[in-house]
Every structure is written in structure tokens, then in C-alpha cells.
Write a protein that binds this ligand. Structure first.
Ligand SMILES: C[S@@+](CC[C@H](N)C(=O)[O-])C[C@H]1O[C@@H](n2cnc3c(N)ncnc32)[C@H](O)[C@@H]1O
Length: 336
């Protein structure tokens, strides 16, 4: 069953161009990919600098480009023809690298053919993009070692896998402590019917979506942070499949999940962002957890541990709240 699904997904994406999606799905994908708030100029430019032919084979459902990527090793899980990988290769710079993993040979070959064009455009001495053919549930087979990667991204891929847990198990193994996966995917508000999941076309378009609340349970199991939501937009299949999908509502969601460090802090903390990440005056850890420049924000020990171990740490100061009983009342002297 799992292998049959993989084969049907390969078949589906191997020949696809964006214009082949139904009108409603195309509209959905365009809406998902519209930035929810101002994208940093560097990111906009990096996206613009991707070859037109690669853009035509972009099948993502969100923007999976977190900040502070210079020098990072980034793995793109289900990279397809490489739109995100080529954009990120400009942001990691020559001291970083991007490894795109995908199981569909046609798409990877497409990426390979455009590697040199992107190297030249970025004026890099050597290409910092590598494509590997294989399964994102089996990164060990592709040589990925434990605790070896700074950042993972994934754009509309995990919903296509049969056993979601297997993907996150590998994510948790391969990320360095404090590393993050920043990814977009399709979720349902309730389980999708078996009939809908049995349709290869619907599965290929995202009907393998898990129920959003299962994601947190999986993260807890594998030592990952809670999923910090970045943005969400409606994800609509064509009207012709309404009967199969019933009353399930779908959303394209972008999340950030951080691999927890071994030792966690305790208690409550104030975390203050210094405003020094380029073009980011308010750091968004999650949609409901923002750190405006130079403003102490009260955070739980788990969040502080994740931030402290992450590459964002150097942009923050952390202060333990000594008197926890008074913690619900912020100290006005921390703000002046
Ligand atoms: C919707 S497309 C997205 C491609 C790319 N992320 C983009 O934004 O254009 C899904 C991709 O995931 C790949 N894929 C699906 N399941 C996979 C798996 N288990 N292992 C590796 N690649 C997989 C498919 O081959 C396809 O290229």
C-alpha cells in the first residue's frame, strides 16, 4: 500500500506542470504562496532569481524560507525541481549548502540541468546545491547522519507520505539540537475518508493530509518543540470532488518546529530580541508569539530552551524570572 502510493505520487509529479492543477487548486496554491506580511527584500530577490522553467514546476503551498540562513546546511525534503532550494542557495551563501531530496527522477533531473545557471547567476565559485534521489522517510540511506543539519524545509510534501511519523522521526534524528524544520503542508480539520485517500489524483493533490492536531502529538514523541504556526490559508480542492471529501475543511499551514536541546531550562523567562536580524524588527516565533525589538516577552522554559539552542540565540538576551509568583505581573522596570 505504501509503495503503491509512492509510485502513484511519482507518476503524478513526474509529468506535472503547475497549469495542470484544477482551477480551484491553482487559485488555492497562488493564495497560499502570497506572503502574509512583507517578505524581506533579500528573500523576494532570491525567489525572483530562480530560472523561469524551474518556477513552472513549482508545486509548493507556502513560503518556507526562514531568516538567518547564512552559512547553514539546509535540507529541502521533497524539493521537486528545486525552486526553494535554488532560492535558499543564495541566502546560505558560499559557506552554506542546500541538499534537495526527492524521489521523483524527472523533477530532480530538471533541477540538475539548471544548477549551473543558478551558480552563475549567484556568482558562486562552485554550486552549493546538491540533489539526492530517495525517500524523505529514509534519509539514512542517503547518508544523512544524526545531528548534522541546521535547517530543514519542506513544501507541500509530507501530506503525500503514507506514514507521517516516519518523516518526523528522521527530521528529529538528522536535525542538530536547536535546528528547525520550517515547512508548509496541507491539513484537515478531521480525518479524510478512505474513499478520498484511495484516489491517486486526490492523494497527489493533498488528500493524504493529516488532522492538524496530530502534528503536535508526533512532535512530542520525537523530542521536537510544539509546532509554532507561522500562517494558514484555506486549501480548496475542485468542486467535482466534494462528495468524496465530505465536510472536511483543509488548510495550507506553515509551521516552524525546533529540535529540543538535551537539557531544558526551568521556570519562566523574559526573552528580548535585539532587532538585529536584517529587515526583521519584530521576530515571529509563531503567529501568536512575536518579539518586538527591545521588548522583553515572558516565555515558558521550553520555548527559552529552544530559542537558546537555536541559531537565533545570538539575537536574544534571556533573563530568568526569579519570583515566579509575581511573574504574571510584568516588572515595569524591565521595560524602561
Ligand atoms: C507537491 S510537490 C512539491 C515539490 C516542491 N517542494 C515544490 O515546492 O515545488 C511534492 C514533491 O514531493 C515529492 N515526494 C513525495 N513523497 C516523497 C517521499 N516519500 N520521499 C521523497 N520525495 C517525496 C514528490 O516527488 C514531489 O516532487
Amino acid at each position: 500500500m505504501c509503495d503503491a502510493k509512492k509510485e502513484s505520487v511519482k507518476e503524478f509529479y513526474g509529468k506535472l506542470k503547475t497549469e495542470d492543477f484544477s482551477d480551484s487548486l491553482n487559485e488555492t496554491l497562488q493564495a497560499c504562496n502570497r506572503p502574509k506580511c512583507g517578505l524581506p527584500k533579500r528573500v523576494r530577490e532570491a525567489l525572483k532569481n530562480v530560472h523561469e522553467e524551474v518556477q513552472k514546476r513549482y508545486f509548493g503551498c507556502g513560503l518556507c524560507i526562514p531568516p538567518v540562513l547564512e552559512g547553514c546546511t539546509v535540507v529541502d525534503l521533497g524539493c521537486g525541481a528545486g525552486r526553494d532550494a535554488f532560492a535558499i542557495s543564495q541566502l546560505v551563501g558560499e559557506s552554506g549548502k542546500v541538499i534537495g531530496v526527492d524521489m521523483t527522477e524527472e523533477l530532480l533531473q530538471f533541477g540538475e540541468r539548471h544548477k549551473e545557471w543558478h551558480r552563475e547567476k549567484a556568482q558562486h565559485k562552485a554550486s552549493n546545491v546538491e540533489f539526492k534521489q530517495g525517500y524523505i522517510e529514509k534519509l539514512g540511506e542517503l547518508g544523512f547522519e544524526d545531528n548534522s543539519v541546521d535547517v530543514m524545509i519542506s513544501n507541500c510534501v509530507i501530506c503525500l507520505t503514507a506514514v507521517k511519523e516516519d518523516v518526523f522521526k528522521e527530521v528529529a534524528r538528522v536535525l542538530k539540537p536547536g535546528g528547525e524544520i520550517y515547512f508548509s503542508d496541507c491539513y484537515g480539520n478531521k480525518p479524510v475518508s478512505k474513499e478520498a485517500q484511495d484516489s491517486d489524483k486526490l492523494w497527489g493533490e493533498g488528500a493524504g493530509a493529516m488532522v492538524w492536531s496530530e502534528l503536535g502529538e508526533i512532535c512530542e514523541k520525537f523530542g521536537l518543540s510544539i509546532p509554532y504556526m507561522q500562517s494558514a490559508s484555506p486549501y480548496k480542492f475542485g468542486d467535482n470532488v466534494k462528495d468524496l471529501l465530505g465536510d472536511v475543511i483543509f488548510a495550507a499551514v506553515t509551521w516552524r518546529i525546533i529540535k529540543k536541546p538535551e537539557n531544558e531550562e526551568k521556570g519562566l523567562w523574559l526573552a528580548t530580541y535585539n532587532g538585529e536580524i536584517e529587515e526583521i524588527c519584530s521576530f515571529q516565533l509563531a503567529q501568536n508569539l512575536k518579539f518586538p525589538k527591545n521588548t522583553p516577552v515572558l516565555v515558558h522554559s521550553s520555548t527559552v530552551s529552544e530559542l537558546k539552542s537555536s541559531r537565533y540565540s545570538k539575537f536574544f538576551t534571556f533573563q530568568k524570572v526569579e519570583n515566579e509568583s509575581a511573574s504574571r505581573q510584568l516588572n515595569p522596570f524591565d521595560f524602561i
